[in-house]
Design a protein around this ligand. Structure first.
Ligand code: AMP
Ligand code: MN
Ligand code: MN
Length: 313
């Protein structure tokens, strides 16, 4: 609460605020960004610039609508607000984050490194957008139907349409309130869960057929750069497929390894039937996330290994 008061004071004093989303953007970070953009412009009368280092996939453009998200930092700003970013590296703009400009860090990742000057971090929140709903509800601020769509899109995304264990009673209530405010559920669901290119379907097919269950209750799959190339899909089109892998009753944990086009291996992990904290596993590889959904990126390649054993009679 103290942090929130400090943030509000800083926002009121600022003239030009930069809102930053994390790299490889998803609907939570972009929904939070555009929601804040609308509110800071309309209710606080600020000059606002939205930034995300990586381009947005077409399925997130319903969130940006007429707003511009630029890939570089603007000049002459006096406050930075990051949304849904657990580390400053996830913004790409580490130099700017280390400058004298005040950084307000609004996030819900358990592994958040508290890199801001002001840190509003709630690991119990299902999404950054859910946090923003609560914050602005407490301030009694009214906003447009589109702003409500931005928040609900983030909640749908991070709860996997209310299927993940981060969905709580309050999440359903918030979603209902946002629907009452005019959030466009049909467009959210169509873009986030019912739009797939044929290339993406082929990619998911390879990921599913590469799935293996090891003897220790871990479901593993992989996609190499060559396999990715064969499908003509982009690495970002892997988003979502892990939910299908993470369904095998014998599996306590799911790991998807994928090679990107820059010589890195991206690891995505999910805790399945069990209580394994995958975020602490991913932290050991320089990544992070949530207890039940986390990831890491390391330079390298995936090497295939076969183990053979003779069970003597
Ligand atoms: P993903 O498996 O990509 O859907 O990511 C699951 C969760 O882990 C998300 O909350 C991400 O923010 C987080 N995450 C994924 N990759 C990384 C990384 N390299 N560093 C920190 N957090 C990550
Ligand atoms: Mn995110
Ligand atoms: Mn999030």
């Amino acid at each position: 609460m103290q942090e929130f008061k400090k943030a509000l004071e800083k926002i009121r004093d600022a003239n030009h605020i930069v809102l930053i989303s994390h790299r490889h953007p998803d609907a939570d970070t972009i929904g939070a960004n555009i929601f804040m953009h609308i509110v800071l412009e309309n209710n606080f009368h600020k000059k606002v610039t939205s930034v995300c280092a990586d381009p947005l996939p077409a399925t997130l453009l319903f969130i940006t609508d007429d707003f511009v998200i630029q890939s570089e930092m603007p000049k002459n700003y006096d406050c930075i607000i990051t949304v849904d970013c657990s580390t400053k590296e996830q913004t790409k703009f580490t130099n700017e984050m280390d400058s004298k400009i005040t950084v307000i860090n609004i996030d819900h990742h358990a592994t958040n490194t508290m890199y801001g000057d002001i840190n509003i971090v709630d690991p119990l929140a299902a999404s950054a957008t859910e946090m923003l709903y609560t914050i602005f509800e407490n301030l009694g601020i009214k906003y447009s139907r589109h702003a409500a769509t931005c928040l609900l899109a983030g909640i749908y995304n991070d709860t996997g349409s209310f299927m993940h264990s981060n969905t709580q009673k309050g999440t359903y209530i918030t979603a209902g309130e946002l629907q009452s405010k005019g959030a466009d559920i049909k467009t959210i669901v169509k873009n986030l869960f019912k739009t797939q290119s044929i290339e993406q379907l082929k990619l998911w097919g390879k990921v599913l057929s590469n799935a293996r269950l090891n003897g220790k209750g871990t479901l593993v799959s992989k996609i190499s750069a060559d396999e990715l190339d064969e499908t003509n899909a982009s690495p970002r089109e892997l988003a979502g497929v892990i939910n299908y892998l993470n369904c095998v009753p014998e599996s306590k944990m799911t790991m998807l390894l994928s090679e990107d086009l820059n010589g890195n291996v991206q690891g995505s992990m999910r805790s399945g039937n069990g209580d394994i904290d995958v975020s602490s596993l991913c932290e050991q590889f320089g990544g992070g996330g949530h207890k039940k959904a986390a990831g890491f990126t390391i330079p390298g390649k995936i090497v295939s290994q076969e183990f053979w054993r003779i069970n003597a009679a």
